[in-house]
Write a protein that binds this ligand. Structure first.
Ligand SMILES: Cc1ncc(COP(=O)(O)O)c(C=O)c1O
Length: 348
């Protein structure tokens, strides 16, 4: 009896969302194939690899030794004097511990992360884009999904006459759509098509936006570049086109750039939205609001289990910043932000 009353109490936002048909269909199909293999059915392959979560360690990628050595020495400082660990790894661990309260990885860190690690992220972004990145815009998080949820929590309105609509690529990873629904927003799909090389098409963005108006208030555009799961890498011109569209339609750009080192193919180069935005100059460079996400889960590090990443906010109204601080210092988000030092160490 008690559990029935509890069930009634569960928030409708949570009850309302479901795992995408695409995901459940894929898992069902994989399960069926594996059962058939076990029963001895003849196939021209012997196993099914589950790559849908893009977890490269699960698929056998070996961890980068240096990262693990630094982490090991941070966790067990006696290793700082152990010559079986290379000097550069020990020195890095020493520098990290020097930045931790009480010299221990076990202490809480500042809301936006360990300052030195924030500075190191800025150095990386500045070198990548050729435009100086400000540490004040960097928020270290527990991975891209946590960063996305933070931005959604901040901007999605679920009350009032019209819900916030978030333009979302299809196909993409289903956790994002679930996160939008869980915040009470509405997913507005825009379709990427294989016959168009999975490229983002401006006409399709326009179609999605105009269809959504009236049903919701579309104010956010989510882009994944390089695409996941498509692998498509947007050209500089395509990015500029999307930025112009966001400016015209006053959309907040959420750009998931976690796969930026997963770029293969002759002559293909990754351009960050931030870089293109600054290269476009005013008024775009000073007005278009952008959140860029990066993570240690992807590319060569592939440390999904460590849960680490950062969020960079560009051109946010300064009046909004105090609300972000208020928001991240609220207890329920304590875990979402950077309290665990472990995952930050691999970002240095
Ligand atoms: C585009 C994209 N963003 C974010 C994530 C999740 O990243 P994280 O592990 O940092 O939460 C994934 C996972 O596959 C992804 O493909």
């Amino acid at each position: 009896m008690r559990s029935m009353s509890l069930l009634r109490e569960i928030t409708p936002k949570l009850k309302g969302f479901c795992v995408s048909a695409q995901d459940t269909g894929l898992h069902r199909c994989a399960g069926q194939i594996m059962a058939e293999i076990e029963q001895g059915l003849e196939k021209h392959y012997k196993e099914v690899l589950s790559v849908s979560s893009a977890d490269s360690h699960r698929m056998g990628l070996k961890p980068i030794t240096f990262t693990r050595q630094v982490l090991a020495a941070c966790f067990y400082p006696s290793l700082l004097n152990d010559e079986s660990i290379p000097l550069d790894a020990r020195e890095r661990a020493q520098r990290i511990l020097g930045e931790c309260e009480g010299g221990s990885i076990g202490s809480y860190t500042a809301e936006r992360g360990i300052k030195k690690i924030q500075a190191s992220i800025c150095k990386f972004i500045t070198k990548r884009d050729g435009v100086v990145s400000d540490p004040e815009n960097i928020y270290i998080t527990n991975g891209s999904q946590a960063s996305l949820i933070i931005v959604l929590k901040l901007l999605v309105q679920s009350e009032g006459s019209l819900k916030t609509g978030v333009l979302t690529p299809v196909p993409s990873h289903s956790t994002f759509s679930m996160a939008v629904a869980a915040q009470g927003g509405l997913v507005v799909p825009y379709y990427l098509r294989e016959e168009q090389g999975w490229a983002v098409q401006l006409e399709e963005l326009r179609r999605a936006l105009h269809t959504a108006r009236g049903q919701c208030n579309p104010t956010m555009l989510y882009v994944i570049n390089p695409g996941s799961p498509t692998g498509h890498v947007q050209s500089k011109d395509s990015i500029a086109e999307v930025i112009r569209f966001a400016a015209e339609e006053r959309l907040f750009l959420m750009v998931d750039e976690g796969h930026q080192d997963n770029v293969y193919g002759k002559g293909i180069e990754f351009y960050s939205y931030r870089r293109v935005l600054y290269e476009m100059g005013p008024p775009f460079s000073s007005t278009v609001e952008l959140a860029s996400f990066n993570s240690i889960s992807k590319s060569v590090i592939g440390e999904c289990g460590l849960r680490g990443g950062y969020l960079e906010l560009v051109n946010l109204d300064p009046l909004v910043i105090p609300y972000i601080y208020r928001f991240i210092s609220m207890n329920f988000l304590f875990l979402m932000f950077c309290k665990a030092a472990l995952r930050q160490c691999s970002l240095l």
